[in-house]
Ligand binder design. Structure first.
Ligand code: C5P
Length: 324
């Protein structure tokens, strides 16, 4: 008898990302509007019989860049749920192998790692809480405990669990869902050099300290209002990201991709989160293909793709037992 559970979670774009001064704990308070995109990460958990080896494997986009050691966010998410159950029982908690199938660019500012963590968390809660005959008898973590586990894994993980459109404050992990009509279409340009999120935040602090003039995102109220209309032309001028200038200062060639997007008549282009992925807002799906093609031909991006937003929450896609 082998139990398997699979879950998916989506990457994100920050439509508005306002960053305050660094806090004592090294994090920055944010005012951000997250929107999930249709690019997704899938995490499969499979029961491992006692004594057999637990495996961690990765396939899909950029999979060779993903560590499979205990630092992997999906591994840490499963471990957090196992630790919860270990505290509820004297018996050994059943072990699982983890497979990730990646669809979100790695180290790109689109929360690929956080989506792995979110999918793994949701899958592990289903596996241990609802499916496994031993652990499903034990008290399951409550909603607040799941949120606490998600936030401890990373600031973007709670949003990857929630999906849709949300206002994030605090570290970005205090969330309120926002009403949004319709779908937005995007061309996405990746840069395989990646950017480290802490370095981009540190660069913003440095640029602010040195007084290099930097625009600061104001309130997100107007953007929230415009999301009710579903009109990309109205949304375009409101896209803003305080991390864009530091990302470009660390990777100046991003300017060329932004210029190529403008040339291709994207409605607006923005560095996604801490970058270096660039999200280009388009009129519709066909326009997104045209912009992605033009930016690809311009030759500055490592790869291009298209997607739409918003997508939904992290969710279970299969849960079954084989060989009963
Ligand atoms: O929480 P997560 O591990 O995803 O954050 C990665 C890094 O990004 C943090 O260590 C911190 O340097 C930076 N960060 C921040 N303020 C936030 C979110 C992330 O400074 N609100």
């Amino acid at each position: 008898m082998t139990m398997r559970v699979s879950a998916v979670a989506h990457g994100k774009i920050n439509l508005h990302l306002g960053v305050s001064a660094a806090r004592e704990d090294g994090y920055h308070d944010l005012e951000t509007i997250f929107q999930s995109v249709a690019l997704e990460e899938r995490v499969d958990l499979q029961e491992v019989p006692p004594g057999e080896q637990v495996k961690v494997t990765v396939s899909g986009r950029d999979s060779h860049l993903v560590p499979t050691d205990p630092s992997n966010l999906a591994v840490r998410a499963v471990a957090a749920v196992q630790q919860w159950y270990a505290r509820q029982t004297v018996s050994a908690v059943p072990q699982v192998s983890i497979h990730m199938h990646k669809g979100v660019p790695v180290a790109g500012g689109m929360a690929g790692g956080s989506a792995d963590a979110a999918a793994a968390l949701v899958a592990a809660i289903e596996f241990y809480g609802n499916q496994h005959p031993e652990t499903s008898q034990l008290p399951a973590p409550e909603r607040e405990e799941v949120h606490r586990m998600a936030a401890a894994l990373g600031a973007d993980v709670p949003f990857c669990v929630l999906g849709g459109t949300a206002l994030g404050t605090g570290r970005g992990d205090e969330l309120v869902s926002v009403m949004a009509r319709g779908h937005y279409h995007w061309a996405i340009a990746t840069d395989k050099r990646g950017l480290s999120t802490p370095k981009v935040f540190a660069q913003l602090d440095k640029m602010r300290e040195s007084g290099r003039s930097l625009s600061k995102a104001g309130s997100s109220d107007e953007l929230i209002r415009v999301l009710h209309s579903g009109d990309p032309e109205e949304l375009a001028p409101l896209l803003v990201n305080d991390l864009q200038a530091p990302a470009i200062s660390l990777l100046p060639s991003l300017r060329e991709t932004l210029a190529a997007a403008q040339e291709a008549e994207a409605l607006a282009s923005i560095v996604s989160g801490s970058g270096p992925t660039i999200a280009m807002l388009c009129r519709d799906a066909e326009h997104a293909v045209d912009v992605a093609t033009a930016v690809s031909v311009a030759g500055k991006a490592s790869s291009t793709m298209t997607t739409f937003s918003p997508a939904g929450p992290a969710r279970i896609i299969t849960a079954h037992t084989e060989g009963e």
